[in-house]
Write a new protein. Sequence first.
Length: 138
Amino acid sequence: RSDRTFTMIKPDAVANGHIGAILAKINEAGFRIAAMKYTKISKDQAKKFYEVHQERPFYEDLTDFMSSGAIVAAILEKENAVADFRKLIGATNPAEAEEGTIRKEFAESMSRNAVHGSDSDENACIEGAFHFSGTEIF
Ligand code: CMP
């Protein structure tokens, strides 16, 4: 469905104690939490999750990083969720992220960039299903 997106608060932001502040921003921006868990993914799960990037030079580092510590995974609901959430998180490179965005405030670098946001409705659906079963979504 097109009114949902998938997000992860990444290991850098979790380790730096930003879970609460990031969730507050998500709520203030009008997203409803449909599913959420505090979890950790294995290297193999990270490789599967980021399969589309497997030919990229940063694939190994990305999957090492994403499996290095706890994350918060969530499905968020709002009209126009995918595009509006990408606007809220800001550019992948925090140096290019606009003032007021989550990455501007919390990201450390291109790879340690605090949050993930799905880039399409189709991927939101695939990524949400990777972390949650139907009975975990409300
Ligand atoms: P994310 O939105 O989780 O989806 C893919 C991730 O790959 C992206 O966030 C970045 O953290 C990472 N990424 C994208 N481009 C680069 C890059 N050039 N160097 C390192 N990491 C990157």
